[in-house]
Design a protein around this ligand. Structure first.
Ligand code: PLP
Length: 449
């Protein structure tokens, strides 16, 4: 196991004096637009712990935004990436190829849903993977329109900003955005007017009607959707929504793209979140959890679609970097060996029981949701009958809770269109004591605010 002691330790204020010094240097030279959730500077990290430069040890409920599910210095990732570093750092796959890239594509073909022939292309970031999925779908269908959804998040590049739903902070002042993007309603059960039971079929019918009437199915190259939404608030599309859209795509020659960049790689208790309703996407985009913290992303999908782009039409200098590929092979090896999907399901059992008990006690928790080690609570206002009736979002309580947790050495993240969702993304390898201690801290934070 980890060389880093798996114990919380708070020995200075958070952030401590050394972090504050580094923060002052950072402020002088790092662009203000690049923010940080908690400006404690990391010194070491692994398992469920991040140790900072002041010697504090924080319990990690963020995994660097769903990246380090195997831990931040997993043995197999370090071993394989170090060996690759010593052999060569780069040749460029588009100049002289190497085995690691091929091995990652083989692993992706094996692990992603469906038993059809599959191919992959590798990139550096999630946004790049999503952009390339759109390029591939357009090349294959010879159509232009792309359908996305309310609350969706797909990245920060120009095309993916256009695909992303939320203005602040992702898009504000950064336009103009790419054309031919159409946004449809999301099956958000908690906020659906006629209730969560009716939400899936009703939202699907609305979306399909709007696509047909406003865009024309025959003009749509791709439907791009997160099977479990990340930044938008850990919304699980209500049951029936994804199957209806996937069937609509199949019937109309539309490429169905599952953006599994946050939800993939054991995070939700399965290799991929779309398996929950038996969805077999035409293309699937992955990044975050794929390589144990090294920058890598992929588009994987039906061979005939993936091969639609002409030779030289896809790629990039660093895409599928050999060190990142070695990291991915180490990360995938770890997920298989430790059965991290089962670990994620166990985390869900432990956490949902405790979060459910907190919801009974604290009315401010409107909803507890998510799957596996991708869980969240949505916070609402309770101070007037109207705010209760409208489930008025409570971003103030969300920020206060996150801050209270940070002070006690528990790293939690927020998300959601209304900034009122506290999300939990512990590494799947986190020990059970740390998991429970983190939940104790959260519970105490509720009592305090
Ligand atoms: C993070 C994320 C992206 C963008 O990935 P980057 O590596 O940050 O470019 C795209 N889609 C989803 C669902 C994500 O969570």
């Amino acid at each position: 196991m980890s060389a880093l002691p798996q114990e919380r330790r708070v020995i200075t204020a958070i952030p401590g004096p050394k972090s504050q010094e580094l923060q002052a240097r950072r402020t002088a030279v790092v662009a203000a637009g690049v923010g940080s959730v908690l400006p404690v500077f990391a010194a070491r990290a692994d398992g469920g712990i991040i140790e900072d430069v002041d010697g504090n040890r924080l319990i990690d409920f963020g995994s660097g935004i769903a990246v380090t599910g195997v831990g931040a210095s997993a043995e197999a990732v370090v071993r394989r990436a170090s060996a690759q570093l010593a052999d060569f750092t780069h040749t460029c796959f588009m100049v002289t190829p190497y085995e690691g890239y091929v091995a990652v594509a083989e692993a992706l073909a094996e692990l992603t849903p469906g038993d059809h022939a599959k191919k992959s292309a590798l990139f550096n970031s999630g946004a790049e993977a999503v952009e390339n999925a759109v390029k591939i779908a357009r090349a294959y269908t010879k159509r232009q329109a792309v359908v996305v959804f309310d609350h969706g998040y797909h990245g920060r590049t120009n095309l993916t900003m256009a695909l992303t739903s939320k203005n602040m902070p992702y898009k504000h002042g950064f336009g103009p955005f790419a054309p031919e993007i159409y946004r449809m309603p999301m099956a958000y059960g908690y906020r659906w007017p006629t209730g969560p039971e009716n939400c899936g079929p009703e939202a699907a019918a609305q979306a399909i009607d709007q696509i047909s009437k406003q865009v024309g199915a025959e003009n749509v190259a791709a439907i791009v959707i997160e099977p479990l939404l990340g930044e938008g608030g850990f919304i699980e599309p209500a049951k029936g929504f994804l199957p209806a859209l996937s069937e609509f795509a199949r019937d109309n020659g539309i490429v169905f793209v599952a953006d599994e960049i946050q939800s993939g790689f054991c995070r939700t208790g399965q290799w991929f979140a779309c398996e929950d309703e038996g969805i077999v996407p035409d293309l699937i985009t992955t990044a975050k959890g794929i390589a144990g913290g090294l920058p890598l992303a992929a588009v994987t999908g039906r061979a005939e679609i993936m091969d639609a782009a002409h030779v030289g039409g896809l790629g990039g200098t660093y895409g599928g970097n050999p060190v990142a590929c070695a990291g991915a092979l180490g990360s995938i090896e770890t997920m298989k060996e430790l059965d991290l999907s089962a670990r994620a399901r166990h985390i869900e059992t432990v956490m949902k029981a405790r979060l459910g008990a907190m919801q009974e006690k604290y009315d401010v928790i409107g909803d507890v949701r998510g799957r596996g080690a991708m869980l969240a609570i949505e916070l609402v206002k309770t101070d007037s009958p109207e705010s209760v009736a409208t489930k008025e979002p409570n971003p103030e309580a969300t920020a206060a809770l996150a801050k209270a947790c940070h002070q006690e050495g528990l790293l939690v993240l927020t998300c959601g269109t209304y900034g009122n969702v506290l999300r939990f993304l512990p590494p799947m390898v986190i020990g059970e004591d740390l998991l429970n201690e983190g939940l104790d801290i959260l519970e105490q934070a509720f009592a305090r605010i």
